[in-house]
Design a protein around this ligand. Structure first.
Ligand code: PNS
Length: 180
């Protein structure tokens, strides 16, 4: 049972005990997925029974890869994880959580600069629908990593091979070689 909006109840949203499946969602744009995202997804997959990586369909933001391409790249890169599914969504992430009986959002935090906005969204999402957000500190190796930087570097022919999985590297090379 989901909590009513804007309460501070600590009632569990799902019953515990046998048969209780712990689910989490990792939402994002993933344009494209990076090794930083995969670090968070992989660690989340060790903590939860099922993890859904949900690609946000944002009509008002231009992207290098369309939603289906982003979904495919994530599916390829997480194929070995076993308990990770990829999905897409539009609208509010809390509605996605409610529709799929997912009580928690997991987000990576790279640096304090991420914190203000992420905290604001987490508190709003908790208030809107009782969905909690857990923050996972990014591996320091990836604290500078962002999809936007990867795209910028790839566009000008820079080496991003240590920043993205091989399947993404191939697609980035194909996509950006046309625009140089
Ligand atoms: O990878 P990004 O672009 O940082 O991901 C941001 C995302 C998609 C997780 C966030 O914008 C989101 O949850 N969008 C869905 C709409 C929504 O629920 N907004 C939050 C309102 S508090």
């Amino acid at each position: 049972m989901m909590q009513p909006p804007f309460t501070s109840s600590t009632e569990p949203v799902s019953p515990g005990g046998a048969g209780f499946i712990r689910r989490a969602v990792c939402p994002g744009s993933f344009d494209p997925v990076t090794n930083g995202h995969l670090d968070i997804i992989g660690r989340c997959a060790r903590l939860y029974d099922e993890v859904v990586v949900a690609v946000f369909i944002n009509q008002s933001k231009s992207s290098l890869f369309d939603v289906e391409e982003r979904r495919e790249m994530l599916a390829e890169a997480t194929a070995s994880y076993g308990n990770v599914q990829i999905d897409t969504f539009h609208g509010l992430v809390v509605d996605y959580c409610r529709d799929h009986d997912i009580p928690v959002i997991v987000k990576g935090l790279r640096a304090v600069s991420d914190f203000d906005y992420e905290l604001q969204m987490a508190q709003m999402n908790r208030g809107l629908a009782g969905i909690d957000t857990l923050f996972m500190p990014t591996n320091p190796e990836y604290s500078f990593l962002a999809s936007s930087l990867v795209k910028e570097i790839a566009k000008w022919g820079g080496d991003v091979s240590s920043l993205v999985p091989p399947n993404v590297l191939t697609r980035l090379k194909d996509r950006t070689s046309d625009s140089r």
